[in-house]
Design a protein around this ligand. Structure first.
Ligand SMILES: *[C@@H]1O[C@H](CO)[C@@H](O)[C@H](O)[C@H]1NC(C)=O
Ligand SMILES: *[C@@H]1O[C@H](CO)[C@@H](O)[C@H](O)[C@H]1NC(C)=O
Ligand SMILES: *[C@@H]1O[C@H](CO)[C@@H](O)[C@H](O)[C@H]1NC(C)=O
Ligand SMILES: *[C@@H]1O[C@H](CO)[C@@H](O)[C@H](O)[C@H]1NC(C)=O
Ligand SMILES: *[C@@H]1O[C@H](CO)[C@@H](O)[C@H](O)[C@H]1NC(C)=O
Ligand SMILES: CC(=O)N[C@H]1CO[C@H](CO)[C@@H](O)[C@@H]1O
Length: 430
């Protein structure tokens, strides 16, 4: 950049800054209207109001406690049917404390007659370890809640996916194995006004918690754990859902702590501890030339420890659509390999991905107050597509140092605007 163009660049920079301040400052309330307080308050109002006590349906009353094998699952389904279609406004589906139940793949379906249902899981649910249970029937979920309005799932209990057999037979770890999709431990599909809180989900076969085609969702205080080497064990996976709030979760797995993929809008992620794992990801998006979109995501107050990525946006070449208005702020990184990364050339297939003429657009991405240590030299890395450059990346008050060496910023095909004190500083492309 020549000296004559420098003042112009400063003016442009300042204008963009003022624009973004006004834009973000004014809109943060509007942008995330339901995701935080309001949803929870409305729900509590409904559930905690005085009136007749809720109908409590205990799975042990249907023989779950002393049955074996498939009978446990039948008992759970009978109890669910009773709770779901209770003529009382409120019902509780209870899994009592101090017991473990071996539960086969099961779908708890709505719509329900009860106005609101609380699935109170106090005991432990164990998944069968034999993979044939899923593979023989081509199933990809363990416990699913589907098509339910005003469901709360909570209680302090544990869901144990017993995933070891899936991990050691994964084609990711052993190239001679056939690639199969493993089940998700806890799946929510087409749920509205959903609350999921205070549960432990561990050792899932593949993803731990998935939220799909849902609206107005509050997830909090989950403890999600699996070994750092377990393949594809994402913590919380959000797709095709809007107004989702995820807060106060501790996630240690072998893949993304949180992944947010296509069809997701107005997602707020607050106070997350992540590590080990692959960090907090938007994407991947645009695989197989697909159209994808994610917008209005806020990730704030996260701590990442020893993860392979910190905050990441990943898109495949050849895709279409966009990832836009995404903010990452107040994040602390400790020994993270790629603390800040956008990768528009993401490729997770056995065959190499060749260059293509289209890309998922990545624009209006903000990084603010992110500090800590990088395990690799390149702490900030924007690998953008020649087909469609990353547009409107704002960096403000970034401070990332290497473990015992300098950290750098590297970017290609991106427009980066920097404010405040930034280290490493991203200098223009040579
Ligand atoms: C609730 O009742 C409806 C109507 O009888 C029925 O179709 C539905 O399957 C029931 N739901 C459950 C979970 O039993
Ligand atoms: C798993 O289940 C299949 C089919 O039910 C059975 O043939 C196989 O022996 C079981 N494997 C183990 C390790 O129990
Ligand atoms: C990979 O799988 C093959 C059989 O499919 C097995 O013989 C081999 O020991 C496995 N390798 C490792 C490293 O586990
Ligand atoms: C892309 O399509 C191929 C062939 O249909 C399929 O095998 C592969 O799993 C797909 N990849 C993704 C990431 O969906
Ligand atoms: C940092 O991470 C690297 C690789 O992820 C690891 O080898 C190293 O031991 C870690 N350092 C500390 C101080 O934890
Ligand atoms: C470094 C790099 O990959 N730069 C690419 C940016 O995009 C243009 C096309 O717009 C390519 O020609 C460059 O190679």
């Amino acid at each position: 950049m020549g000296p004559a163009r420098l003042p112009l660049a400063c003016i442009v920079t300042t204008l963009i800054f003022v624009y973004m301040l006004v834009h973000h400052g004014a809109s943060s309330q509007e942008v995330f209207p339901e995701a935080d307080g309001p949803a929870a308050e409305n729900s509590d109002e409904l559930w905690l109001r005085s009136g007749p006590p809720p109908r409590v349906v205990d799975v042990d009353d249907y023989g779950a406690g002393d049955a074996g094998g498939d009978h446990v699952t039948e008992a759970f389904l009978e109890a669910w049917s009773e709770a779901c279609n209770s003529s009382d406004d409120r019902s509780v589906f209870l899994v009592p404390e101090g017991k473990a139940y071996l539960l086969m793949p099961v779908i708890f379906r709505g719509p329900c007659r009860a106005v609101s249902i609380t699935a109170m899981i106090k005991g432990t649910l164990e998944a069968p370890s034999n993979r044939s249970v899923w593979l023989d029937q081509d199933l990809q979920e363990w416990i699913t809640f589907e098509g339910i309005d005003r469901l709360r799932v909570l209680g302090g209990g544990t869901l144990d996916g017993n995933g070891l057999q899936w991990w050691i037979n994964s084609c990711k770890l052993n190239k001679s194995m056939r690639c199969v999709i493993g089940p998700t431990a806890l799946y929510f599909r087409r749920c509205t006004h959903l609350v999921v809180e205070e549960l432990e989900v561990r050792d899932s076969m593949q993803m731990h918690v998935a939220i799909a085609y849902s609206w107005n969702v509050v997830v909090s205080k989950l403890l999600i754990t699996a070994p750092g080497w377990s393949p594809n064990t994402d913590g919380i996976h959000v797709s095709n859902s809007r107004e989702v709030s995820i807060s106060k979760c501790t996630i240690s797995t072998g893949d993304d702590c949180i992944s947010i993929v296509t069809g997701s809008m107005f997602v707020r992620v607050t106070s997350i501890f992540c590590g080990p794992g692959h960090g907090i990801s938007i994407g991947s998006l645009g695989a197989n030339n697909s159209w994808a979109h994610v917008s209005d995501v806020l990730v704030e107050k996260a701590t990442l420890l020893g993860t392979t990525n910190g905050v990441r946006i990943k898109t495949w070449q050849g895709g279409h659509g966009y990832a836009e208005r995404i903010s990452f702020q107040d994040i602390s990184m400790h020994n993270v390999t790629n603390p800040i990364i956008i990768d528009q050339n993401y490729c997770d297939s056995k065959r190499p991905c060749h260059e293509q003429g289209s890309a998922v657009a990545v624009r209006n991405i903000r990084y603010r107050n992110i500090h800590g240590t990088s395990a690799s030299k390149v702490a900030v890395n924007f690998i953008c597509s020649g087909a469609l450059h990353c547009d409107g990346i704002l960096m403000q008050d970034i401070y990332l140092v290497g473990e015992g060496r300098y950290a750098t910023c590297s970017y290609t095909n991106a427009t980066v605007v920097q404010f405040g004190y930034n280290f490493p500083f991203c200098s223009a492309e040579m």
